[in-house]
Design a protein around this ligand. Structure first.
Ligand code: NI
Length: 174
C-alpha cells in the first residue's frame, strides 16, 4: 500500500470551522484517505488528526496514543461520537494541535468516556477511553464540529492568537 503525507491546513483557514459531514460509505477511497492521514500524522508528528485538517470535511479521525517505545497502535474511527461521559472525573492535559503550530494550552476535559464509531469494515463499535486516549478523542471529535482548542480561551485571548496567525498567513503569502 502506497501512503502519502498530505498538507495540513492551519489557522485561520475557514474550513477548520466547518462542521464535517457524516461518512455514508466506508469504501477503498475512504480507507486510503485514512491511511494517508495516518502517514501525515506520524510524519508531523502528532497523536491525532481529523480529516478536515487535510481539507476533507468528513467525519473521520485517526489517532495513535502509544508511547514512543511502544509498537505503533494506529486507530481509524469513522463517524465517531461521544456516547457517554463516565462520572464526574476530569483530566488536565497540555494540548497542541497540528493546525495551530507552536501553540499549547492546558485544557480540562472529562477523564473517562465511551465513543461510538464505525471501524474500517464499517461495523459499529464502542470504545471506552481513559487518560490520553480520552483527551485525544475529544480533541479530534471537536474538530469534526468546527471546534478548536483556542475556543477554550477567553474571547480576548482567542482574538490575540487568531490575529497572530492571520498576520503570519499574510506574511507567508506576501
Ligand atoms: Ni487538533
Amino acid at each position: 500500500m502506497i501512503m502519502s503525507a498530505l498538507p495540513i491546513i492551519t489557522l485561520p483557514d475557514p474550513l477548520l470551522r466547518k462542521v464535517s459531514k457524516p461518512v455514508e460509505t466506508v469504501d477503498a477511497e475512504l480507507l486510503k484517505l485514512a491511511d494517508d492521514m495516518l502517514e501525515t500524522m506520524y510524519d508531523a508528528p502528532g497523536i491525532g488528526l481529523a480529516a478536515v485538517q487535510v481539507g476533507v470535511p468528513k467525519r473521520l479521525i485517526v489517532l495513535d496514543v502509544s508511547e514512543d517505545d511502544d509498537t505503533p497502535r494506529p486507530m481509524t474511527l469513522i463517524n465517531p461520537e461521544v456516547l457517554k461521559i463516565d462520572g464526574e472525573r476530569t483530566r488536565m492535559h497540555e494540548e497542541g494541535c497540528l493546525s495551530i503550530p507552536d501553540f499549547r494550552l492546558e485544557i480540562e476535559r472529562p477523564a473517562s468516556i465511551v465513543v461510538g464509531y464505525l471501524d474500517r469494515e464499517g461495523k459499529p463499535q464502542e470504545l471506552p477511553a481513559e487518560g490520553l486516549l480520552a483527551t485525544a478523542l475529544q480533541h479530534e471529535i471537536d474538530h469534526l464540529n468546527g471546534k478548536l482548542i483556542i475556543d477554550f480561551l477567553s474571547r480576548l485571548k482567542r482574538d490575540i492568537v487568531v490575529r497572530k496567525f492571520k498576520k503570519m498567513a499574510r506574511e507567508a503569502s506576501a
